[in-house]
Design a protein around this ligand. Sequence first.
Ligand code: NDP
Length: 487
Amino acid sequence: MQTTETKTEVKPIDCSHYIDGKYVPSGNGKTFENVNPATEEVLGTVAVGGKDEVDQAVKVARKALKGEWGNMPIRKRSAIIRKIGDLILERKPELATLETLDTGKPLWLSNSVDIERAAYNFHFFADYMTSVGTESYQQDDIAIHYAVRRPTGVVGLINPWNLPLLLMTWKLAPALAAGNTVVMKPSEVTPMTATVLAQICTDAGVPDGVVNMVHGFGETGAAITAHEEVDAIAFTGETVTGTAIMKSAAPTLKKLSFELGGKNPNIIFGDANLDDVIETTMKSSFINQGEVCLCGSRIYVERSIYDEFLERFVAKTKELKVGDPFEQDTNVGALVSEEHYKKVLSYLDIAKEEGGTFLTGGKAADVDKGYFVEPTIITDLGRESRCVREEIFGPVVTVIPFETEEEVMEQVNDTHYGLSASLWTTDIKRATRLSAEIEAGMVWVNTWFLRDLRTPFGGMKHSGIGREGGAHSFDFYSELTNVTVKL
Ligand code: NDP
């Protein structure tokens, strides 16, 4: 195992595939280097899986579907799922450190959000699964109809790099709760916590073959999406990748759940509580380096408070500390990879060409090593600007003033994305009216990213297909058979 110097006892790990309850290398021994984006040091190696490894993983997953797992009483399965959550919490310091090493995000954030919520995903679904029912109807004295629930089958779980463990568990917990077996593919840039998670599942009592994982690049994911014995794909990632997956899954008619990109509006009316607006807008703009699909990167502010909003927002943003993610007072860590860092910087060049005014940032942060970008607020860009229309997925927001509700709503919906929106107003009638008009899967009124795992989570338009959360997740990971008994 390779190690690197960190301010922690936890050492980074080399990442192998996990098939049938064991860590295994690729058949051809191929690996690539995993890089710490905050230091540019090599953390370790990662196995590169291809069609062979995916095929092995799918075959054992299919076999496990028919074994002990498929026939396990619900209470026993629920206890195992709960135990996975418990073990995640027990190993929180290690998992949080690995997440920070892999992603560059502040350690306090890995601890308080990523790992905490990953554990809660299992605790939530361990409870939820014990109360899930199905429909039944009595049709006069003619027949009784009832639905029988069964697992969807072998499910491919393909995930991005921004919230690696949190998003993987957001899929894995309901998939297991509904009795499926899985083949996971973490992002190539953040493979470490998923690698530990696979072992945690076994330690919690998940039978071998139920949870499998193959590392690698897009081709590895493509081998899962094309595999004829995979029944469904749950994918979170970029919209263009979603299109590729849809094509690849079409010949085998897989069930698909997509959580895709967003370019979310943050709409602030003059009657909003500006203290709350500023506090939350700091988070919705820059938390996790702006690498959250739900970030409100298009900020629209009513003209009456535009100057005051900017003055306070800019002042607070200038206070943010960018740098070492292991320092307790760091607000903004490193972007996840060199490739992504270059992409974000390229948008800053575009903003300059488009005539944008930088009120903060606009450049790489002054740090010796690593992929750090200063939190950036841009004004004076029009609605046609690429920076206003395209997902940058970094610590970069645009701010645009508006005069009327009609004017702002036209801009809000003028996008092919439809993931989420934040609406700031104390006028309840306006809040309910506009919430219904905004073309997004989730609208937060006077808040942001406030989650209840029972609620539908997902996007419309090019931001997703289907919803996750509570019954929505369960329905995706289940098939229903309606039985009609003639009386
Ligand atoms: P990508 O779409 O690039 O990658 C996501 C995963 O898909 C990775 O594991 C990737 O592998 C894999 N992959 C790439 N190509 C293929 C393919 N052809 N077939 C199957 N799998 C493939 O997304 P990012 O990792 O760049 O993540 C950022 C994106 O995720 C943003 O657009 C963000 O908005 C979105 N996102 C959406 C969320 C939502 O809930 N709507 C939540 C969080 C993020 P590899 O990277 O290893 O090559």
